[in-house]
Design a protein around this ligand. Structure first.
Ligand code: ADP
Length: 484
C-alpha cells in the first residue's frame, strides 16, 4: 500500500511533537519530584538535628541535676516552639512512647512503624511515605549513644498537590500543543505537498510528452529551484523532440525524393532505350531492303529518305536526351548576358519560317524591342521547342501567335496556336519526359516527348514559370514568365 508523503510528514510531525512534549514533561516533572524529595529530606534531617541539639543541651543539664535521661523527653520537650513545627513523637530506646505532639490528631497510619523504630534503635535512619505523609524515624544521639528515637510525621500534602497540578498542566498544555502542532503541520504540509504534487505531475507530463501541461511552482527555495529545473528540462526536451521531428521529416522527404529520382531515372533509361530502338530498327530494315533489292530505284529512294528522316529523329533525340540528362546531373551556371529580345525572336522566326510556310500557317510575332539580362541559349531552346510544337500540332491553315512583353520586373512570353489542343487529363503530364498525348501522332511528327520536359527544366533553371492553357480542337497557349 502506498502511503502519501503528506500523511507521512504529518505523522512524523505528530510523533516528533509527542516525543518532545513527553520528554519535556517527564524531565520537568521528575525534576520537581526530586527537588521536593530533597527539600523534604533536608527539612526532616534539620528537624532531627534540632531535636538532637535540644537533647544534648538537656543532657548536659541532666548530668548536673537529672539522672534519668529518658525523663528529659517527657513533658517539657514540646514546650519549645521550634520543635513543634512538625508533628513528632519521642520513644525510649526500648520503643516505648515518651512524649508526642500532633496538630490534627490524625492517627499514625504507618504499618511498618515498629520495624522502623527497631531500625532506629539499631542506629539507622528510615522513612516511608504513606497517604501524603512521610514517616521519619531516627535515633537521637548523645555522646555516641542513642538516648531516644524520634518519629516525625511530615505532611507533604501541599507539595503533592502542587506536583499533581503541575502534572495536569503539563499534560493539558502538551495535548493542546500537540493538536495545535498537528493542525499547523496539516496546513503547512498541504501547501508543501501541493507544490510537490504539481512537480510530480509535470514530470509525468514530460513522460507523456504533454509539454503544454507543465506548471511552474513559484517558490523562493530549493523546491522553486527544482521546479524551474523541471520546466527548463521540459523546454529542452520539447525543443530536442521538435528538432528531431524536423530532421526525421526532412530525412524522410530526402528518402522519398531519392526513391522518386531513382524510379524516374529507371523509367528514363527504359524510355530512352525504347525510343532509340524504333528508329534504329527502321534504319536497319531499310538498309537490309536496299541490300536485297539493289535495282529497285523507288525502294532505294524511299529507303534513303526514311533512313535520313530516322537519322534526324535520332540526332534530335540524342541532343535532347543529352541536354536533359546534363541539366539533371550538373548544376550549370546560367550564362546571363544582355539580350535584345526582338533580335533573338526575329532570328528564330527566320530559321523556322520555311517550316511554317510549308504547313500553310499564319504567323504573328509581337515582341517588345527591349534589352534584358537573360541566358540567351536557354531562351532560344525554349522558344524553338514551343514554336516547333505549335507547328507540329496545328491544323492545316491554322495560325501561330507569339507575344513577348515586359511587365514591371517580369517578361512574359506567350506562344499560342490554333491546333488540336490537349485534353485536361493530359495537361499536367505533358512536361514529363517521353510523355506524348497521342503517341502515333507524335511519332508521325517525329516527337519523342522530350521537348517540353527540356523546356520546363530550362525555365526553372532561370527561376521562371511555365503554364499551359488548352482547349481540345481549338488550340493551346503556353505562358512563360521570367523575373529580370
Ligand atoms: P514531342 O517531341 O512529342 O512533341 P513534347 O515534350 O514537346 O514532345 O510534347 C509532349 C506532348 O505534348 C506531345 O507529344 C503532344 O502530344 C503534346 N503537345 C505539346 N505541345 C502541343 C501543342 N502546342 N498542341 C497540342 N499538343 C501539344
Amino acid at each position: 500500500m502506498k502511503i502519501g508523503i503528506k500523511f507521512k510528514l504529518i505523522a512524523f510531525t505528530a510523533s516528533l511533537l509527542l516525543v518532545v512534549i513527553s520528554f519535556l514533561s517527564i524531565s520537568v516533572l521528575n525534576g520537581i519530584k526530586n527537588y521536593q524529595h530533597k527539600q523534604d529530606q533536608a527539612t526532616l534531617f534539620k528537624q532531627k538535628d534540632m531535636f538532637e541539639q535540644y537533647f544534648s543541651e538537656r543532657s548536659n543539664l541532666g548530668e548536673n541535676g537529672t539522672s534519668n535521661k529518658a525523663q528529659l523527653a517527657r513533658g517539657s520537650i514540646f514546650n519549645k516552639p521550634w520543635l513543634r513545627t512538625i508533628p513528632a513523637s519521642v520513644y525510649d530506646t526500648k520503643g516505648d512512647l515518651l512524649s508526642g505532639f500532633k496538630v490534627d490528631g490524625k492517627l499514625n497510619e504507618n504499618k511498618d512503624k515498629n520495624l522502623m523504630i527497631k531500625y532506629a534503635i539499631q542506629g539507622k535512619v528510615s522513612f516511608i511515605k504513606n497517604n501524603n505523609v512521610i514517616y521519619f524515624y531516627s535515633p537521637i544521639k548523645y555522646k555516641n549513644g542513642i538516648v531516644a528515637i524520634l518519629e516525625l510525621e511530615y505532611s507533604v500534602k501541599e507539595s503533592s498537590l502542587f506536583y499533581d497540578n503541575t502534572k495536569k498542566m503539563f499534560y493539558g498544555t502538551g495535548f493542546l500543543a500537540l493538536i495545535f502542532g498537528v493542525i499547523l503541520g496539516i496546513f503547512y504540509f498541504s501547501n508543501l505537498t501541493r507544490d510537490i504534487y504539481i512537480m510530480k505531475d509535470s514530470v509525468e507530463n514530460i513522460r507523456k510528452s504533454d509539454f503544454n501541461k507543465i506548471q511552474l511552482v513559484n517558490r523562493n527555495d530549493e523546491l522553486g529551484e527544482l521546479s524551474r529545473g523541471i520546466v527548463f528540462m521540459s523546454n529542452t526536451i520539447e525543443k530536442n523532440i521538435e528538432d528531431l521531428e524536423v530532421e526525421r521529416d526532412s530525412l524522410s522527404l530526402a528518402i522519398d525524393k531519392l526513391q522518386k529520382m531513382d524510379k524516374e531515372q529507371k523509367e528514363f533509361i527504359g524510355n530512352v532505350t525504347h525510343e532509340f530502338k524504333t528508329p534504329i530498327t527502321i534504319i536497319k530494315a531499310y538498309a537490309e531492303l536496299i541490300g536485297m533489292y539493289e535495282n529497285d530505284l523507288s525502294l532505294i529512294n524511299d529507303g534513303t529518305l526514311n533512313i535520313s528522316k530516322e537519322c534526324d529523329r535520332l540526332a534530335t533525340m540524342v541532343d535532347k536526351v543529352l541536354n536533359l540528362s546534363a541539366l539533371e546531373k550538373y548544376d550549370f551556371e546560367t550564362q546571363k548576358k544582355e539580350v535584345n529580345l526582338k533580335e533573338t525572336f526575329d532570328e528564330i522566326c527566320a530559321r523556322i519560317m520555311g517550316k511554317i510556310n510549308k504547313n500553310n500557317l499564319t504567323f504573328n510575332c509581337d515582341v517588345e524591342n527591349i534589352i534584358v539580362t537573360i541566358d540567351e541559349e536557354s531562351l532560344r531552346i525554349i522558344i524553338i521547342n514551343l514554336i516547333d510544337n505549335a507547328i507540329k500540332y496545328n491544323r492545316p491553315n491554322g495560325s501561330i501567335d507569339i507575344e513577348c512583353h515586359k511587365n514591371g520586373n517580369k517578361i512574359t512570353i506567350k506562344v499560342a496556336d490554333t491546333g488540336i489542343g490537349i485534353c485536361k487529363k493530359d495537361l499536367y503530364k505533358i512536361f514529363e519526359p517521353f510523355y506524348r498525348v497521342e503517341s502515333h501522332r507524335s511519332r508521325e511528327t517525329g516527337g519523342a516527348g522530350l521537348g517540353l520536359a527540356l523546356v520546363e527544366k530550362l525555365v526553372k533553371k532561370q527561376q521562371g514559370t511555365i503554364n499551359v492553357d488548352s482547349k481540345l480542337n481549338e488550340g493551346t497557349i503556353f505562358f512563360v514568365e521570367f523575373s529580370i
